[in-house]
Write a protein that binds this ligand. Structure first.
Ligand code: HEC
Ligand code: HEC
Length: 187
């Protein structure tokens, strides 16, 4: 993250009500934790919301909330500042809220997800794939569902890869199993 941390701190005031004072996420607001995610991915998502590649589908109610905020962010320097500030906040392992069969989830994860998201779900920038470990489990389930229904990813070359991957987990139970395994990888 190359942005100005103190500028980012001031800009972050606009994010607190939903994402929490320390970027820890607020489930009741449907807003995920931001602190365990990689800066390059946070930046790409902010720009995707701002530039109409995410949150545009009429059924994407949560994404639309972020579009409303992202369009008020002045420019790329402001995005960089926000990301630098978020990166400076302490990591926090999210609470487990999704129950599943961890062993079955591990098998699926290693077969179909690990090649892009990394063996420990740490993310792989070279493959444009974000960290999944340390991201709120309920948020991962919801995003997977959005990709599966084509509500997220249709307008975006990165998201489209996930739209193509989503049928690899055929049932909701499979998704919960994988996410419950990913949850065990959080630090
Ligand atoms: C009105 C509530 C609200 C505010 C204010 C808000 N967000 Fe969000 N944000 C959300 C919600 C809800 C989501 C989840 C969207 C989804 O499910 O697709 C989200 C998602 C995100 C994501 C995507 C994370 C990921 O892993 O995909 C980023 C990055 C983000 N917000 C950053 C910010 C920043 C930075 C600010 C302040 C400038 C901000 N948000 C302000 C509600 C909010
Ligand atoms: C071909 C590479 C590839 C494979 C395989 C893959 N993904 Fe992804 N995944 C991506 C990319 C690229 C993104 C970023 C999408 C974006 O920028 O919107 C992503 C994003 C995600 C997200 C959204 C995370 C967030 O914070 O917004 C989830 C959840 C996810 N993947 C879960 C999975 C699961 C579970 C599997 C295994 C069933 C899987 N992925 C397999 C490439 C892949």
């Amino acid at each position: 993250a190359t942005g100005n941390v103190s500028d980012g701190k001031q800009l972050y005031v606009a994010c607190q009500a939903c994402h929490g004072a320390k970027g820890e996420g607020i489930k009741a607001m449907n807003a995920p934790s931001l602190v365990n995610q990689s800066p390059w991915y946070l930046k790409r998502q902010m720009l995707a919301f701002k530039e109409g590649r995410r949150g545009t589908h009429p059924k994407d109610v949560y994404g639309q909330q972020m579009v409303a905020i992202a369009t008020t962010i002045a420019d790329e320097a402001a995005v960089d500042a926000l990301v630098a500030y978020i990166d400076s906040l302490p990591n926090r392992a999210p609470e487990a809220t999704v129950a599943g069969n961890i062993k079955k989830g591990e098998d699926y994860y290693s077969m179909v997800c690990g090649s892009c998201h990394g063996p420990n779900a740490e993310g792989n920038k070279l493959l444009d794939s974000p960290a999944l470990a340390g991201v709120d489990d309920w948020y991962l389930v919801r995003q997977f569902e959005l990709f599966r229904k084509g509500i997220r990813g249709a307008d975006d070359k990165y998201g489209r890869q996930m739209v193509m991957m989503a049928p690899a987990l055929p049932t909701d139970e499979d998704v919960r199993n994988v996410v419950s395994y990913i949850q065990t990888l959080a630090e």
